[in-house]
Design a protein around this ligand. Structure first.
Ligand code: BES
Ligand code: MN
Ligand code: ZN
Length: 502
């Protein structure tokens, strides 16, 4: 989808569908009132009769009959004016773009709310970022494996224009930069969602390494991929122990974008391409969702891609700990002890707690870069879903500034986080009788004890841990977020990199 910005009056702009935001009230105001006047009061009539209440996401479309230049006019509710925020605008973008596609139209333009308050109290940059994010993520669908006619029809929307009122000449450049940022980050988000939606037979560790290679070639990044022998040489007991039950060879993928020469931000993403649980096998119900257990890694890959495409002046290293967790005669057994890259020994009491094992090797390997910040992102614990439901990411770590920044960015982007403690007392639960540590602490506080386990592999490096088990996979779509995989974390991580760049 191409995104443009144009300085024009909504009624005289030529496009297939003019999108007009409407705030809640008895009658249309601002741009909605101006456009409705040209239409002879169709909207005012619908509002008076209570047929259109302008709640966020409500849609009312009319053919223009030549009353305005656009072929059709689509009024989209944004709720109460005082409550309009970035989330409402993302929903507006998503709803609008989907409506244009459903009508099989090719172009659309989004009118400002009113000429005196065009961006609903947000800055022009934030406004454009929100609307474009909603539109680009809103049209995402995963239909690679559908063969019926209807599913094969490509989307029609190819050009979306943000309209800027005449009196706001200074806002054009800001709208353009917000729109450009949002397009790049949202396309990267959709890329991450694709990787997680593909079956595990397709997105294997080898395939993830190939994806990294393609990004490296296209964007001029450095890439190192460690194979099994190299991992053995590096004493990566976590990577080896988790992958040894599978016929899929593990890959330890390191992708580096050097937009600055300073110490890097290193991001480690859990990349279990399928988590069967191993010998501690999972119940069958819902096991297919475990093809998405590489979402953390997909988000890291996509975030490095976005940082490079945006040419952010920052040094970033992305690490993917790619392996498949399978039961077999060669698999790790409960009770086995692994010798980790860091030198610590781990008693594996449950082979389904595999994420922390591969992540531990990723975190200790990362320290060779002397990172300014070490971040990890992982679909780590079912307990995180129990604690936070599906609407918040679990946040833990030792870097208070990064935690505060991420919380703020999460609030702004809609990828919200909630902090859990890592008090030392929890470490009691992961003490092993025979090794330095064991890989589970039981049901109580499962997200926290997993965080405590990871902490043992971070040394003195400032570190944050994101448990995205709660948000990575959705059972239903919203106005702009898809069902299934949604590329969780890409907007958040890129937002943090942008902030750390300036
Ligand atoms: N990949 C799972 C966590 C998960 C669960 C992600 C649900 C997304 C949705 C992880 O590897 C796992 O199996 N964790 C175990 C840990 C337990 C054995 C200590 C869990 O949460 O049950
Ligand atoms: Mn598991
Ligand atoms: Zn897992």
């Amino acid at each position: 989808m191409e995104i443009r910005v144009a300085q024009a009056a909504p009624a005289s702009f030529t496009t297939d569908m003019l999108i007009v935001p409407v705030a809640k009230g008895d009658t249309p105001r601002g741009t909605a009132a101006e456009v409705d006047q040209a239409l002879g009061g169709l909207l005012a009539d619908a509002m008076r009769r209570g047929e259109f209440k302008a709640g966020a996401g409500a849609v009312l479309c009319f053919p223009s009959g030549g009353a305005v230049r656009a072929r059709r006019v689509c009024f989209v509710g944004v709720g109460e004016t005082a409550k309009i925020d970035a989330e409402v605008l993302r929903r507006l973008g998503g709803r609008s773009a989907r409506t244009v596609n459903n009508a099989r139209l090719e172009s659309a333009a989004v009118a400002p709310l009113a000429s005196d308050s065009p961006f609903a109290g947000l800055t022009a940059t934030d406004y454009a970022e929100a609307v474009v994010t909603g539109a680009v993520i809103g049209v995402y669908r995963f239909d690679t494996y559908k063969t019926d006619e209807d599913s094969r029809v490509p989307d029609t929307l190819t050009l979306l224009t943000l309209l800027c009122p005449d009196g706001q000449r200074g806002a054009v450049a800001d709208l353009e930069s917000g729109a450009n940022y949002a397009r790049i980050v949202s396309e990267a988000t959709n890329y991450a969602a694709d990787l997680a939606n593909h079956p595990s037979a397709v997105v294997t560790p080898t395939r993830l390494a190939r994806e990294a290679k393609e990004l490296a070639d296209r964007l001029g990044l450095s890439l190192t991929v460690l194979d099994k022998e190299q991992m053995i040489a590096q004493n990566m007991g976590g990577m080896i122990g988790v992958s040894q039950g599978s016929v899929e060879p593990p890959k330890f993928i390191v992708l580096e974008y050097k937009g600055a020469t300073s110490a890097p931000v290193v991001m480690v993403g859990k990349s279990i391409t399928f988590d069967s649980g191993g010998i501690s096998i999972k119940p069958s119900a819902g096991m297919e969702e475990m093809k998405g257990d590489m979402t953390g890694g997909a988000s890291v890959l996509a975030t490095v891609r976005a940082a490079a495409e945006l040419r952010l002046p920052i040094h970033v290293v992305g690490i993917l700990t790619a392996a498949e967790n399978m039961p077999s005669g060669t698999a790790t057994n409960p009770g086995d002890v692994l010798h980790m890259h860091s030198g610590l020994t781990v008693e594996v009491v449950n082979t389904d707690a595999e994420g922390r094992l591969v992540m531990a090797d990723g975190l200790s390997y990362a320290q060779r870069y002397s990172p300014r910040l070490l971040m990890d992102i992982a679909t780590l614990t079912g307990a995180c879903v129990v604690a936070l439901g599906h609407y918040a990411i679990g946040l833990m770590g030792t870097d208070e500034d990064a935690k505060t920044a991420l919380t703020e960015i999460g609030e702004a982007t809609g990828e919200r986080l909630w902090t859990l403690p890592l008090w030392e007392v929890y470490e009691e639960d992961i003490k092993s009788d025979i090794a330095d540590v064991k890989n589970t602490g039981g049901r109580a506080g499962g997200t926290i004890t997993a965080g405590c386990f990871l902490k043992k592999f971070t040394g003195n490096t400032p570190w944050v841990h994101l448990d995205i088990a709660s948000t990575a996979w959705a059972s239903k779509a919203t106005d702009y977020l898809p069902k299934g995989a949604r590329g969780t974390g890409v907007r958040l991580l890129t937002g943090l990199l942008r902030r750390l760049s300036s």
